[in-house]
Design a protein around this ligand. Structure first.
Ligand SMILES: [Zn+2]
Length: 102
């Protein structure tokens, strides 16, 4: 059987707490969060998301291609790019420094 730990705090101190989307849901006794096993939620690192945004930003990778690389859905990729993009500063297009007057 798969070793089950809480996705938030890593505790193995959990109880079964119903079924959601045909999957067993567990409730962590330590941090009180609910979690399921067998999906990718919470398993993708920040570094992987940053790489996805870089791939997308290079204009050589589509949502679908990134989704296949990381084995997630296309809306997930869209969400990563939106959420990481929202933290970046606005590009300053009024103050072009490449050549004056452009
Ligand atoms: Zn927990």
């Amino acid at each position: 059987m798969e070793h089950i730990t809480c996705k938030k705090c890593g505790s193995a101190n959990y109880v079964k707490n119903g079924i959601v989307r045909n999957k067993q849901r567990y409730r962590c006794k330590d941090c009180k969060c609910n979690f399921t096993q067998g999906d990718n939620r919470g398993k993708i690192s920040v570094q992987a998301k940053a790489l996805a945004v870089l791939l997308y930003g290079s204009a050589k990778a589509s949502y679908g291609m990134i989704a296949r690389i990381f084995n997630v859905s296309r809306p997930t990729v869209l969400y990563w790019i939106k959420s990481i993009g929202a933290k970046l500063p606005e590009p300053n297009i009024d103050n072009c420094q490449v050549s004056p007057g452009c």
